[in-house]
Design a protein around this ligand. Structure first.
Ligand SMILES: O=P(O)(O)OC[C@H]1O[C@H](OP(=O)(O)OP(=O)(O)O)[C@H](O)[C@@H]1O
Ligand code: HPA
Ligand SMILES: [Mg+2]
Length: 183
């Protein structure tokens, strides 16, 4: 799909490219302060967090190693199954380390609460979460998220890492899809 067509499939832009970048710069400052003098490992959750990770780590005034986990809960649909599977585990041992999970979205919260509990069971020094987006009205479980970029309405969104059937991840903004896309 070409980029122009990808953008044309959006019904409404909820967060613009500029808003995303400005927010990540703010969050990066806060995160750098929090971890000053500490070693922190950034853990990205594939595939959605790729964009947030790429831009957040470049905005961070500190250097930090990066590792990735891949889990699946959504498959190709628009609803969380609630069943989380590890598709790819971390490469490194996190015991004694400060871990910052980097995510694109907290929707039902099922994925993040599962990942957080899973990582906490490995005896890290701490586990915190930064997410670009959160849907407060969609929460099925409460997850303690330290840094949130934007609270958004309970609508399915795409762009900036977020997909619908693996499409639209490359959009620079976040928005809802036009109804014709689903039919
Ligand atoms: O709060 P929840 O309802 O659990 O939803 C959030 C999760 O869903 C998405 O991942 P998805 O499983 O679609 O994988 P992807 O990142 O590869 O698209 C998103 O990246 C989060 O990880
Ligand atoms: O709104 C969403 N869009 C795309 N992927 C998602 N994964 C959880 N919520 C969403
Ligand atoms: Mg997805």
């Amino acid at each position: 799909m070409d980029a122009a067509h990808m953008g044309a499939d959006l019904e409404r832009v909820l967060v613009t490219e500029d808003e995303i970048q400005a927010k990540l710069a703010e969050l990066a400052e806060e995160i750098a302060q929090e971890y000053a003098g500490k070693d922190v490992l950034l853990v990205g959750v594939l595939k959605g967090a790729v964009m947030v990770m790429a831009d957040l780590m470049r905005a961070l005034p500190i250097t930090a190693p990066v590792d990735w986990m891949a889990v699946s809960s959504y498959g190709s649909g628009t609803k969380s199954s609630g069943v989380v599977r590890i598709l790819k585990d971390l490469d490194v041992d996190i015991s004694g380390k400060h871990v910052l999970i980097v995510e694109d979205i907290v929707d039902s919260g099922l994925t993040l609460s599962w990942i957080k509990a899973n990582l906490e069971s490995r005896n890290p020094a701490s586990v915190e979460i930064v997410t670009l987006l959160r849907k407060p009205e969609a929460a099925k479980v409460e997850v303690d998220v330290k840094w949130v970029g934007f609270d958004i309405p309970n609508e399915f969104v795409v762009g900036y890492g977020l997909d619908y059937a693996e499409q639209y991840r490359g959009l620079r903004q976040v928005g809802t899809l036009a109804p014709h896309v689903y039919s």
